[in-house]
Write a protein that binds this ligand. Structure first.
Ligand code: ZN
Length: 269
C-alpha cells in the first residue's frame, strides 16, 4: 500500500490517508487502496470500529487534478474513445459505487477531519457514520466553478439542509468546523492537537458495544434515510453530475470540466 496506512488499536482499525505532500488528493490507486483496507477491516472479526484519518495539514484536497495525475487517469478512462459513456461507467463504479459500499459497511466508521476537506474530500468523510472535526477543519464543494453542479456524491442536501446546501453550492464558500457541527454535519469539534486521541477514544467506547447491535443500529439509520430517498436521490444527482461532464465535453475540446477563472482552480480536469 502506497497511500494508505493500516493499523489496529484493540478492536479499532485505523486507516490513514498518507499522501500529505499532495494534501491527500485522490487518485484511482488511492481509492482502490482505501477500498481494500475497508475490506480488510470489515473482514477482520476482531475489528468492531473503523477510523479514517489523514496525515498532514489537510484531510483531502479532492480528486487529484494535477497534470501528472490527469495523464495517469486518462490511461484508465479514454474519454476521447469512450466518450461520456465511458466516463459515466467509470465514475459510477469508482465514485458512486465505492462511496455507497463504504457508507453501508456493517461496522461503524468514524472520520477524523483536519484542515481542508475539499470537493471529493467530502466523498471520503460523508459516507462515514460519524465525523469528528478538528477546530481548524473546513469543508467546501466549489465544483460549480468548474461548470458542474457538485461532486459525484450528493450528500449536501442531507448534510446541511436544503437552503444551506444551495448557498454552499452556489458560492463554493467554505464552512468551518463549528458551523458544520451546528448544522449536524459534524458530531463534535475538538482541538487540532487532540483530534486523533479523541477520535480513538470515541471509537474505543463504541467498540465495547455488541457488534451485531452496532450493525443493526447503523442499518436502522441508513435504511431510514434510504426509505426517505437518500440513495435514490444520490443516483439521480450522480446523473446530473454526469450531465455536467457531458456539457463540458460538448463546449470544450474534450475537457471534463469548464474552467472558471477563479482563484485556486486548476485549468482542466
Ligand atoms: Zn465526475
Amino acid at each position: 500500500m502506497e497511500f494508505i496506512q493500516y493499523e489496529t488499536q484493540g478492536r479499532v482499525a485505523v486507516l490513514t490517508l498518507d499522501r500529505p505532500e499532495a494534501r491527500n488528493a485522490q487518485t484511482p490507486q488511492l481509492l482502490r487502496e482505501l477500498d481494500a483496507n475497508y475490506d480488510r477491516a470489515t473482514e477482520d472479526e476482531n475489528i468492531r470500529v473503523i477510523v479514517l484519518k489523514a496525515n498532514g495539514k489537510h484531510f483531502s484536497a479532492g480528486h487529484d487534478i494535477s497534470p501528472e495525475a490527469t495523464k495517469n487517469w486518462k490511461t484508465e478512462v479514454d474519454v476521447g474513445k469512450s466518450g461520456l459513456a465511458g466516463l459515466y461507467e467509470w465514475e459510477r463504479k469508482n465514485y458512486l459505487g465505492m462511496t455507497r459500499k463504504w457508507r453501508d459497511l456493517p461496522k461503524p466508521t468514524i472520520a477524523a477531519v483536519q484542515g481542508g476537506c475539499i470537493a471529493a474530500g467530502l466523498m471520503l468523510c460523508w459516507p462515514c457514520d460519524l465525523i469528528v472535526a478538528a477546530d481548524d477543519a473546513w469543508f467546501t464543494d466549489p465544483v460549480a466553478r468548474m461548470g458542474i453542479g457538485g461532486v459525484e456524491y450528493h450528500g449536501h442536501t442531507w448534510e446541511f439542509g436544503a437552503r444551506k446546501a444551495k448557498e454552499l453550492l452556489f458560492t463554493g464558500n467554505r464552512i468551518g468546523a463549528e458551523e458544520a457541527e451546528r448544522l449536524g454535519m459534524v458530531n463534535r469539534v475538538v482541538p487540532r492537537a487532540e483530534l486523533v486521541e479523541q477520535t480513538l477514544a470515541l471509537a474505543t467506547q463504541i467498540a465495547e458495544m455488541d457488534p451485531f447491535a452496532l450493525s443493526q443500529a447503523k442499518r436502522a439509520v441508513n435504511q431510514t434515510l434510504d426509505i426517505q430517498g437518500f440513495y435514490t436521490s444520490l443516483q439521480s444527482v450522480f446523473d446530473m453530475h454526469s450531465l455536467g461532464h457531458g456539457n463540458a465535453l460538448s463546449v470544450t475540446k474534450g475537457e471534463l470540466a469548464i474552467l472558471m477563472d477563479l482563484e485556486g482552480m486548476k485549468k482542466k480536469v
